[in-house]
Design a protein around this ligand. Structure first.
Ligand SMILES: Cc1ncc(COP(=O)(O)O)c(C=O)c1O
Length: 429
C-alpha cells in the first residue's frame, strides 16, 4: 500500500473532500487563495465548526444530573474514545488543555520532578514547547540535558544519534514524531524499541503535533507514556491541545483536584464542544476510509482513511518536487534550492523547504502573497525556527505545507507562481 510515489484521490473524491472544508480555493473575502501553510494551522472541516457551535451553544454544566448534562457527558466520553481511536490505545488518561504546548510542559515537568535519573534526552529539532520544557526542568532538577543532532541530508534525526544518548540514568526521552520545519519523520517505532532495549522502564513522551494529521499512529505497536496533538492542525478548531498519558505517567504527582481520581489531569471544566470537534475529525477520516473499505469498526475505517490521506499527500509531494501538468517541479526550477530533499518520500510528511538564490525567505513569502499564495518563512532569528535551522547550517527557508484537500492542479498553480517569483527575482537581481 505505501508506495514511494503515493496515490492520488480520484477527481470525484477530490471534489467531495474539498467540499467538506472551508476556504480551500477562496478566502473569506472570496478572493482566490492557495493556502500552503497547513503546518501552522490546517483548513477547517465545516463539520468540526458546526459541531463546536452546536455543542457550545448549550449552557448546561456537564457535571449535573439532568438530561442535557448527561448528553454533554456523552459527547465528552465519545470524544475521549475517539482520541484513543486516533492513537490506538486503551486505558490511560485523555487530557484536554488549552494548547498542545501547555500539556507538553505539564508532562515534562511531571516526569522530571518525579522520576529518578541524572539526565534527560531530546533532539535539536524539537518545538520550543518540548525543548524549552526539557531545558527548564533539567535545570530545576539538576539533570544533564543530552541533545541528539539533526541530519542535514534527511532533515530528521538519526535513530542511532538518539539511542546513543540513553543510559540507565536517563529519566525521560522527549522526541517528536516528525519535524514541523523539514517534514522529516523520525523512526519512532525503532527509537522506542531501541530506547527501551537500553532502559526498559524509560519514560518516553512524543510530540505528534506535526505528524498526527498525516498518517496512522498506533501506540499498541509503539507504546509511549505521553503524546500530544493539536486539533487546529488536524482539520479541527483552535483552542485546545489533546494529550494521552499512560497510567504510570498520569498517576505521578501533578496539579489536580484532590477529590478526583489519581490519573485525572483535567483541571476545571473542559469544553465538551472541543471533544465534539475531535469526534467530527474522526467521523471525517472514517468517511474517507469507508469509500475504500467495508470495515465496520470505527478505528479500522479511520486507519483506512488516514492511509488514503497519506498516499494522496505523498503523491502531491512527488508532484511538487518533480512537476505536474507540464509545470516544472521545485527540483528543476532555476534559482530555487530544495532543502532536505532525500528521495524516500515514505519518510516525509507533506512539507517542503526551499530557498531562492536571489530572494530572502521573508521577501519570498511576501512575493507569494502578492500572487495569492500563503506560505511561511522560517528564519534563523525566530524563536520558533532558529535552533533547528542553525543545526542545518541554514539562515532560512520557505516552508510549503499543502494538505490532502489540495488537488494536483493546486500544486501546478503553486509551481507556476514559484517559477514566476524565481524569474522576477533573477531579473531584479
Ligand atoms: C511540532 C509541534 N509541536 C508543538 C507545537 C505547539 O502547538 P501549540 O501551538 O498548539 O501549543 C507545534 C506548533 O507549531 C508544532 O508544530
Amino acid at each position: 500500500m505505501s508506495s514511494n510515489r503515493g496515490q492520488l484521490f480520484s477527481a470525484s473524491m477530490m471534489e467531495a473532500i474539498k467540499q467538506r472544508f472551508h476556504y480551500v480555493d477562496r478566502d473569506i473575502d472570496n478572493r482566490e487563495r492557495l493556502f500552503f501553510d497547513n503546518a501552522g494551522g490546517s483548513f477547517r472541516l465545516k463539520s468540526a465548526l458546526e459541531a463546536f457551535a452546536q455543542i457550545d451553544a448549550l449552557p448546561d454544566c456537564p457535571e449535573r444530573i439532568h438530561e442535557r448534562a448527561l448528553f454533554l457527558q456523552g459527547i465528552q466520553a465519545r470524544g475521549e474514545d475517539d482520541v484513543r481511536r486516533i492513537l490506538n490505545v486503551r486505558g490511560g488518561s485523555v487530557y484536554l488543555s488549552l494548547t498542545a504546548s501547555a500539556a507538553m510542559f505539564d508532562m515534562v515537568r511531571t516526569v522530571m520532578e518525579n522520576v529518578p535519573g541524572t539526565n534527560a534526552v531530546t533532539t535539536i529539532l524539537e518545538h520550543p514547547s518540548s525543548f524549552d520544557a526539557m531545558t527548564m526542568y533539567c535545570e530545576r532538577t539538576s539533570k544533564e540535558l543530552r541533545i541528539a543532532p539533526s541530519n542535514a541530508e534527511t532533515g530528521g534525526v538519526d535513530t542511532d544519534a538518539i539511542v546513543a544518548l540513553i543510559d540507565d540514568d536517563t529519566a525521560l526521552l522527549s522526541v517528536m514524531y516528525a519535524s514541523n520545519i523539514s517534514g522529516a519523520k523520525l523512526d519512532i517505532a525503532t527509537i522506542v524499541e531501541r530506547a527501551r532495549a537500553r532502559k526498559p522502564d524509560l519514560f518516553i513522551i512524543v510530540d505528534a503535533v506535526q505528524h498526527a494529521p498525516h498518517a496512522v499512529i498506533d501506540l499498541q505497536k509503539t507504546p509511549v507514556d505521553g503524546i500530544n496533538f493539536a486539533p487546529y492542525k488536524f482539520f479541527g478548531c483552535r483552542g485546545s491541545g489533546v494529550s494521552w498519558l499512560s497510567e504510570r505517567l498520569a498517576e505521578l504527582p501533578h496539579h489536580r483536584l484532590a477529590a478526583k481520581d489519581k490519573g485525572v489531569w483535567e483541571l476545571g471544566s473542559p469544553a465538551p464542544a472541543q471533544f465534539a470537534v475531535v469526534s467530527a475529525i474522526v467521523d471525517y477520516v472514517a468517511w474517507i476510509g469507508a469509500q475504500f473499505s467495508d470495515a465496520e469498526d470505527r478505528r479500522e475505517r479511520f486507519v483506512q482513511g488516514m492511509q488514503r490521506i497519506e498516499e494522496h499527500e505523498r503523491a502531491l509531494l512527488s508532484l511538487l518536487l518533480d512537476g505536474v501538468d507540464g509545470q516544472r517541479g521545485l527540483r528543476a526550477i532555476e534559482g530555487v534550492r530544495v532543502f532536505w530533499d532525500h528521495d524516500d518520500l515514505t519518510r516525509r510528511d507533506l512539507i517542503a523547504g526551499i530557498g531562492f538564490d536571489n530572494l530572502d525567505p521573508t521577501a519570498a513569502v511576501r512575493a507569494y502573497e502578492e500572487r495569492g499564495v500563503i506560505v511561511y518563512e522560517r528564519i534563523a532569528t525566530s524563536l520558533y525556527s532558529g535552533r533547528m535551522l542553525k543545526s542545518f547550517n541554514l539562515d532560512g527557508a520557505v516552508r510549503i505545507s499543502p494538505l490532502h484537500c489540495h488537488a494536483p492542479s493546486d500544486v501546478a498553480r503553486f509551481l507556476a507562481v514559484t517559477e514566476d517569483i524565481a524569474i522576477a527575482s533573477r531579473l531584479a537581481g
